[in-house]
Design a protein around this ligand. Structure first.
Ligand SMILES: C[S@@+](CC[C@H](N)C(=O)[O-])C[C@H]1O[C@@H](n2cnc3c(N)ncnc32)[C@H](O)[C@@H]1O
Length: 283
């Protein structure tokens, strides 16, 4: 990976980017620990910060680097530092999204609440988990959404009204108001229409790849053409692809060099792999 000690022409770095940063036309990819990346950003520089951190479930992400099997206190302390630093890097009116399992979302929401303004707890139905111990089958994730003061950007996107895959008729009864749903229904804070990335055709990494539709919606709600999206746990770069599609700029990072190389490749492709649905057009 090319080394760069120079100040980024994009100007979102406090002094200099993390040592192993590659500059791409629309943004920077950093081989870095997430906290160090966020500390290197200028305060109040990001329009969107999208966080999809490791869930501390014992997965191995990099040969070297932090373990994903920390004791709960150390994990909480690390992610809390990430959230506090990310909040400082957010522009006034900017939006932070945190994707996590409910067990941790409920603990991190109060941390964010001390620094930012709560907007939404979006429940995303995702039936790809495993039952662990004496618990119900986990079937949703939380996407927490907080803004710094009042949001500068807020749109309520429309999504297609759900249809039966066999008869192609509407699944819900709109009671004579069908003409109003033909152009779509208002996006709610309960997303039950997202599927995990399973098909080889759309997969960029073995596991833990976020469906592109999730950051696409975040960008559609809070994005700004030419604005900056930051994802310091970017993995295969899904959120960066969503930013690029919508003509936003990006800073992405990962502790794994392999994922940094993967996201560079994905961002260089004119039609990156992803779920085949709408692209976001920001005004
Ligand atoms: C849940 S995955 C993110 C997946 C990503 N959203 C995608 O669609 O590919 C979490 C990522 O965080 C990275 N990671 C783990 N610990 C990290 C750390 N301390 N700093 C930066 N990245 C880290 C892992 O390598 C992994 O790629």
């Amino acid at each position: 990976m090319a080394r760069s000690g120079a100040i980024s022409p994009a100007g979102w770095w406090r002094l200099a980017p993390p040592p192993e940063t590659v500059h791409l036309p629309a943004g920077d990819v950093c081989h870095s620990d997430a906290l160090l990346l966020l500390q290197a950003l200028k305060p109040k520089s990001a329009d969107i910060i999208f966080l999809d951190p490791p869930f501390n479930l014992g997965k191995s992400y990099a040969a070297r680097g932090p373990s994903d099997n920390l004791d709960e206190t150390s994990y909480h302390r690390y992610i809390e530092s990430v959230l506090v630093t990310a909040s400082a890097a957010l522009k006034p009116g900017g939006t932070l999204y945190l994707y996590h399992i409910p067990k941790w979302a409920i603990r991190f929401a109060p941390v964010l609440d001390r620094h930012l303004t709560f907007r939404h707890w979006i429940a995303i139905s995702m039936k790809n988990g495993f039952v662990r111990g004496p618990y119900l089958y986990p079937a949703h994730y939380a996407l927490l959404c907080f803004t710094r003061d009042n949001p500068k950007m807020f749109r309520r996107p429309k999504i297609p009204a759900p249809k039966c895959r066999h008869c192609h008729g509407y699944i819900r009864d709109y009671g004579g108001y069908e003409k109003y749903v033909r152009d779509g229904i208002n996006l709610s804070d309960f997303w039950d229409d997202i599927s995990p990335v399973r098909h080889k055709k759309y997969k960029n990494r073995q596991a833990n790849e976020l469906p592109l539709e999730i950051p696409r919606r975040a960008v559609a709600i809070s994005g700004r053409r030419g604005g900056l999206l930051v994802d310091p746990f970017a993995g295969s770069g899904t959120a960066l692809v969503a930013a690029l599609e919508a003509n936003m700029r990006f800073v992405g990072g990962d502790v794994s060099k392999r994922y940094c190389q993967l996201m560079q490749k994905r961002l260089a492709s004119p039609s990156p792999k992803g779920t085949p649905c709408h692209r976001t057009i920001l005004p």
